[in-house]
Design a protein around this ligand. Structure first.
Ligand SMILES: *Cc1c(COP(=O)(O)O)cnc(C)c1O
Length: 715
């Protein structure tokens, strides 16, 4: 096998186009002077930089890398004795938190939006009286997204003067967006603003450790006071001066990086790897497969990348010979037969999806494939049947009933019977219900009156179990009010008829248990309703629940206003004692077609494997669960684009980021809950409950399926 001529160091964002030849010449000359101490405070470079960026020399500090300056800022403004707190974004440059941790300083991180952008209002909401320093990375490492000038202006206008804002412009030379924030221009009006820059990236001097900051002279004084005089070695100073003078090298770097970035972006898209427009010399990627697999495969092949989280990778832009190599590696890495070595039909679905994105005609292939898949009753066969029909829908073909043993579609009675099987013979629905109910039971302990709000009540099944838990409590029982919201039944004479019936069934059950219970229902889409219209009494403890309901709301990626954020902000405004949320742990919201296909194939295969293990192959209800309940979902995930896609699941980490950004925090639940759930659900031994900060994720044979979580308004 041909090997890569050079390792591709795409993990640390250095300038892979090298450094200026003039720098090397200047270093040669300076070598004779290594016995002498460097110039204190790098006075010459300081003056040169000041005039380059248009500030006074007293406004500049040179550091041993901007890393040293980050450390000095944290020490100066949040040092242990001051009790000051640090604020930053996530995902962002990890050094800010690292420095805070090293100094025992508390650090709050504000998550970016699903478009990977800063939510200025969310940042302002996170301010505490202790907040002293805020790091904003622009363009942001690792996402490549940027801060708009008006956002920075707005933020600076709103922030109290005692909060120092450090804008880390490590990649600013690469930025081309005309509305990108120009922090240096705002320095004169804002004595609490600091701009950080470095010679490690576009100037190509990472090994020499040199960076700088610019700020108001009074603030600079405070940094100089704690900085060591000889912090920057003379070779670095000489090199930085030479690099600053060689503007043509910088120009070449920027052009070469821009060209390479465009080529790599294309290459990633062709291979079905999601990437976002980046203002830096790096790209942020999500292939819809676990990031660890991507990272390890590339590393084994001498291509070093940075794994950011469980799903994303950061890759530094490199020159041509690296790009060709990257292209070959991606093709190998994402080859359907490598992803599914033992499952040829799954591999074939991915292959059909890839051909479809390349504009090839897959019509005939799909017809044959559906016939073939319909014969196979194992999890793989059932999964690919649903996906082949979904691909057909995307391809404008109707194969809904192709390969269907019963060519008629099931009626309401059959659907209800199938739902009952899903509920009683698998934990896929009850896991979330039971987790939420036990968490709720804990939250309402000792409360006289409880107001339950269910955002998507359906048949209200979850509450039968809660009533039983409540009825078994010792002492005086709380009164329960339940408000059930769900979409109107437009086929019926009375669109709220089903919801009203749900209430009657629940009331009968509550009465049999001796509970004081009342019920209201609202037949509405959540998008059309304002939760502040609900009538809740002062003395009622509010509980809000959403089980497999909120992923239908659109977020800012499809249209503004962001309905997901809007509804959750209204939930927060109710100041609930608990907000319980259950959602499939998979990403069908922000991923483009091919990475989404990989992600959804893995997710639904896991679900179908559960069904295959727990239910007999010839059970008619199982067929309905697979091809109607999940099959419709799959068709929408695969074929739906833009607002037509309503099955917009998000991974647990994405929900967590969203909830934290909006002002929720994880609620603690009893550690005994895992055992209780295990026992109540009679889990098959191949299920595991993985604990996380806000609850549990249900795993099947090592793959995550559903996350049940509990939240409360942040303190
Ligand atoms: C690379 C980088 C730096 C540079 O650190 P140096 O210490 O100057 O090498 C600073 N901030 C961010 C966001 C970076 O990515």
């Amino acid at each position: 096998m041909e090997t890569n001529p050079l390792p591709y160091q795409a993990g640390t964002n250095e300038n892979l186009f090298g450094a200026s030849a003039q720098v090397q010449a200047a270093l040669q000359q300076a070598l004779s002077q290594v016995h002498a101490y460097p110039q204190p405070d790098a006075a010459t470079l300081r003056r040169a930089l000041a005039s380059t960026i248009g500030v006074q020399a007293q406004s500049v500090v040179i550091g041993s890398g901007s890393a040293e300056l980050i450390s000095l800022l944290v020490r100066r403004f949040c040092g242990t004795r001051s009790g000051g707190e640090l604020l930053t974004l996530t995902p962002s440059y990890p050094l800010y938190r690292h420095e805070a941790d090293a100094l025992g300083v508390s650090c709050r991180e504000v998550p970016l939006t699903s478009a990977l952008e800063l939510d200025v209002e969310a940042l302002l909401r996170q301010l505490r009286p202790e907040t002293r320093l805020c790091f904003l990375c622009n363009p942001n490492n690792p996402t490549g997204t940027y801060l708009r000038h008006e956002q920075l202006e707005h933020l600076l206008a709103k922030l109290p003067a005692h909060v120092v804002v450090a804008v880390d412009e490590a990649y600013i030379e690469y930025a081309t967006a005309p509305d990108c924030a120009k922090a240096i221009e705002l320095l004169p009006q804002h004595p609490n603003l600091v701009v950080l820059r470095t010679f490690s990236k576009a100037y190509g001097l990472a090994s020499l450790r040199i960076g700088y900051l610019a700020a108001n002279p009074a603030l600079v004084e405070q940094i100089l006071a704690i900085k060591q005089p000889y912090n920057v070695n003379q070779l670095a100073q000489v090199a930085a001066l030479a690099a600053l003078e060689d503007t043509s090298f910088l120009e070449q770097t920027l052009v070469a990086t821009q060209t390479a970035k465009a080529k790599i972006t294309d290459l990633l898209r062709q291979n079905g790897v999601q990437t976002w427009p980046s203002q830096g010399n790096f790209l942020y990627l999500d292939a819809g497969v676990p990031a660890q697999d991507v990272h390890d495969f590339l590393l084994k092949n001498h291509l070093l990348t940075r794994q950011v989280d469980a799903h994303t990778i950061r890759l530094t832009v490199g020159p041509d010979h690296h790009q060709d190599y990257l292209a070959r590696m991606l093709t190998e890495l994402l080859a359907p037969a490598r992803l599914y070595p033992d499952k040829p039909l799954m591999a074939q679905v991915l292959q059909l999806g890839a051909s479809h994105t390349l504009g090839q005609d897959i019509t005939t292939d799909l017809e044959g494939f559906v016939q073939q898949a319909a014969e196979i009753t194992d999890a793989e066969g059932r999964t690919v049947l649903a996906f082949a029909r979904a691909l057909a829908a995307r391809n404008g073909q109707d194969l809904t009933n192709a390969g269907n043993l019963y060519a008629s579609s099931p009626g309401t009675v059959d659907m209800i019977a199938a739902f009952n099987v899903l509920v009683n013979a698998t934990p896929l629905v009850t896991f979330g219900h039971r987790f939420a109910n036990h968490a709720i039971l804990q939250a309402i302990a000792g409360k006289p009156a409880v107001y339950l709000l269910d955002l998507g009540i359906g048949s209200g099944l979850q509450w039968l179990h809660l009533f039983e838990l409540v009825a078994a409590l010792p002492g005086k029982l709380p009164t329960l009010h339940l408000t059930g919201i769900d979409i109107p039944d437009t086929q019926a004479d009375n669109p709220a008829e089903k919801l009203a019936q749900t209430g009657l069934r629940l009331a009968a059950h509550a009465a049999a248990l001796g509970l004081a219970f009342s019920y209201t229902c609202v037949a509405t889409r959540l998008e059309d309703f304002d939760l502040s219209n609900l009538e809740i009494n002062e003395d009622q403890t509010v509980i809000v629940n959403a089980a497999l309901a909120l992923h239908h709301l659109h977020d800012g990626l499809t249209a503004m206003p962001d309905q997901r954020d809007r509804v959750l902000r209204q939930v927060l405004a109710l100041r609930p004692a608990l907000f319980t949320l259950t959602e499939p742990d998979t990403e069908h919201n922000r991923l483009d077609f091919l990475p989404r296909l990989r992600e959804s194939l893995r997710h639904y295969h896991t679900v179908f494997d559960v069904l295959h293990t727990l239910l007999p192959a010839d059970m008619p209800e199982r067929r309905i669960i697979e091809q109607e309940f999940f099959g419709r979902e799959i068709a929408n995930v695969v074929a739906g684009e833009g607002s037509a896609r309503v099955e917009r699941h998000e991974r647990r980490a994405a929900w967590q980021n969203r909830l934290r950004r909006l002002g929720f925090e994880a609620a603690t639940t009893s550690p005994a809950l895992a055992n209780t759930l295990q026992q109540e659900l009679h889990l098959h031994p191949d299920f595991t409950l993985a604990p996380h900060s806000a609850g549990y994720t249900l795993h099947w044979r090592g793959t995550n399926i559903i996350a049940a979580t509990a939240w409360q308004p942040a303190h």
